[in-house]
Design a binder for this molecule. Sequence first.
Ligand code: NAP
Length: 259
Amino acid sequence: MEVRLDGKVAVVTGGSRGIGQATAALMLASGAEGVVITSRKPDNLEQARKELVETGAEPDRLEAMAARADDPEDARRTIGATIDRFGSCDILVNNAGTNPAPGPLVTVDLGALDKTWAVNQRGPLLWCQQAVTQWMADHGGAIVNVSSVGGLRPAPILGAYNISKAALAHFTHQLAMELAPVVRVNAVAPGVVKTRLAGSLWEGREEEASKGHPLGRLGEPDDIARAIVFLASDAASWITGVVLPVDGGVLGASGSAIS
Ligand SMILES: NC(=O)c1ccc[n+]([C@@H]2O[C@H](COP(=O)([O-])OP(=O)(O)OC[C@H]3O[C@@H](n4cnc5c(N)ncnc54)[C@H](OP(=O)(O)O)[C@@H]3O)[C@@H](O)[C@H]2O)c1
């Protein structure tokens, strides 16, 4: 079976590096008609755009749009601009995420906690509202949220972040119920993936960090991108409301901690 996205137009938030950039690359390689990557910083987006084109993306099928994940007006404008540019918005990947509030919950900085929940938990709702009302309610579509194994069971230090990812997992179930059968809503729950966001969990200690993983290594952005593209594609047309761990076996095969 080949997973294809021919004719589909996708928005990938947090597409300027890591899992989002890998997802955009794979979507384009899988035939997507258009892919819009978003993030806060135009320089990051330009760099990602350059790298995607250098590695084979057709420039005409790729747009980069600066947009904050936690801003309703940015979401409205970006989804509208996507439809203007490519004619539809069939796929939304809520991938942008942040973790500025590590440490124990009882002493967590409340400003950092608010930011974490605004981006990771409230943000995906804002983007779903726009994608659904501007396009998917009338034409169908697929939404993939990027949760975390940390949203499926607790882990030290990551409490504020993990709560936001648990909320995103439940949001996925709730929205899947509300939008069926017109729009499918699923999520992936990555384990530790070698990106900037997770740097403190693995940089300088990759061998040790890999030990809790039955499959013997940490994740690469492409490991997650493949699951996202599958869930976004018609190959997953009878799947909705699922939160799929993509974690080297941490949850399913061992139940051990990720770090
Ligand atoms: N890496 C892991 O181990 C892991 C595990 C589980 C889940 N995840 C989740 O995977 C997703 C992608 O993370 P990653 O690991 O690929 O991290 P990353 O490489 O650091 O990428 C994060 C992306 O999000 C963007 N971003 C951050 N804050 C934003 C905001 N407020 N508004 C818009 N864009 C924002 C960043 O671009 P700008 O800086 O330009 O805004 C960047 O494009 C996140 O939701 C993360 O929680 C990651």
